[in-house]
Design a protein around this ligand. Structure first.
Ligand code: ATP
Ligand code: LTN
Length: 330
């Protein structure tokens, strides 16, 4: 069975973008692949976090993974920081990564903006190397992610290949798996920007744990273009095209079918229907989340995930140390 690894960082409440771009695909893949899904809490530390909030979000993401349909019998679910080998391998990989490569990462450029200020952490710069470690530590063949992470997986491939060239075949060179549709859900208030969980305002993001009426309101007041034709045109009608993508992925119908259905109906009817489709998708997730978030089951799942993942990770990091001539001969 081929192996897949992916993670989400607990920097805010999970969004519909995280669900459509990542989690929904994990669920689809878990029967076909050996799936490892973790909570990337070390990655969250690249920006300032409140410790109690962070703890809560780690539990929330775990509960949401399960509530969305990840089956712990099939999928290994664990917390990144509970496995020391992620950080250990990250350092070894930093020794095989060039500053120029990290300088080209668009997510870093976006997050830091044009002005390199004193207050940007060096971990925000080196973070893609930790991500590479997260992946190749487990010999993953595939990495299911949204569109924004494609560049990081490309970097992972380059680092793995460089390591293999220098030291002999050791890491599997992984491939990204990006969904054909929904790989980049946009902000509802600014459809030129990605929907994100760590924005200051959550008006443009639908959170999986939002009150259902708030979700309806966010969709109804989402920004759309000035005409009222429901038609997919990413370039000229980014607002409605984004809503159509959400509709299409959740209701499993094509753009053409949506277009035909709303041909003379305008945005109002379309948005009301979409609001119900989104609420119907999210309601059962919230119900299951509420049942399990405080249960002992969650800790048991994380314990089992940690035990399984750490065995694999420990073996690999020991071999990597050996390959580089670190420590004593074993
Ligand atoms: P942040 O806002 O803190 O940068 P994020 O919402 O982008 O975080 P991540 O933890 O970085 O979330 O991403 C988890 C997964 O969700 C990744 O695979 C990422 O590509 C995917 N993802 C995030 N936002 C979207 C989106 N708007 N559309 C589709 N996929 C997304
Ligand atoms: N960098 C990703 C989250 C992430 C990840 C990973 C995804 C951290 N490690 C390993 C896939 C595989 C992000 O910011 N979205």
């Amino acid at each position: 069975m081929k192996r897949m690894v992916s993670g989400i960082k607990p920097t805010g409440g999970l969004t519909l973008g995280n669900y459509i771009g990542a989690i929904k695909n994990f669920i689809d893949f878990q029967d076909e692949y050996e799936l490892f899904v973790f909570i990337a809490d070390l990655h969250a530390l690249t920006t300032k976090q409140d410790r109690l909030e962070l703890r809560k979000r780690i539990k929330d993401i775990t509960a949401l993974y399960i509530a969305c349909g990840l089956d712990p019998e099939k999928t290994t679910i664990y917390i990144q920081s509970e496995i020391a080998a992620h950080s250990q391998l990250s350092y070894l990989l930093e020794c095989h990564t060039y500053m120029g490569e990290l300088n080209r990462m668009t997510q870093y450029k976006d997050k830091t903006g044009k002005n390199m200020t004193e207050s940007i952490t060096s971990s925000l710069f080196t973070y893609p190397v930790l991500m590479a470690a997260d992946i190749i530590l487990y010999d993953a063949d595939f990495v299911p992610v949204g569109d924004d992470q494609k560049q990081h997986v490309e970097l992972t491939r380059n680092i793995a290949q460089r390591f293999n060239q220098r030291h002999g075949d050791f890491f599997i060179v992984p491939e990204p798996v990006i969904p054909k549709q929904g790989a980049r859900i946009m902000d509802l208030q600014n459809p030129l920007k990605k929907m994100s969980k760590s924005d200051d305002s959550d008006k443009g993001s639908i959170l999986l744990l939002d009150d259902l009426n708030r979700i309806r309101n966010k969709i109804k007041s989402s920004m759309t273009d000035s005409d009222s034709e429901v038609r997919f045109d990413q370039e000229n009608k980014p607002g409605i095209s984004n809503l159509m993508t959400i509709y299409s992925t959740l209701a499993s119908i094509t753009y053409k079918e949506i277009q035909d259905k709303y041909i003379d109906k305008g945005y109002g009817v379309f948005k009301s229907d979409l609001a119900e489709i989104v609420v119907d998708a999210i309601r059962p997730i919230q119900e299951r989340y509420n049942e399990i978030v405080k249960s002992k089951e969650l800790d048991d799942i994380l314990d089992a995930g940690r035990d399984k993942a750490s065995k694999i990770a420990y073996k690999k990091i020991m071999k990597a140390n050996n390959k580089l001539g670190l420590g004593r001969k074993r």
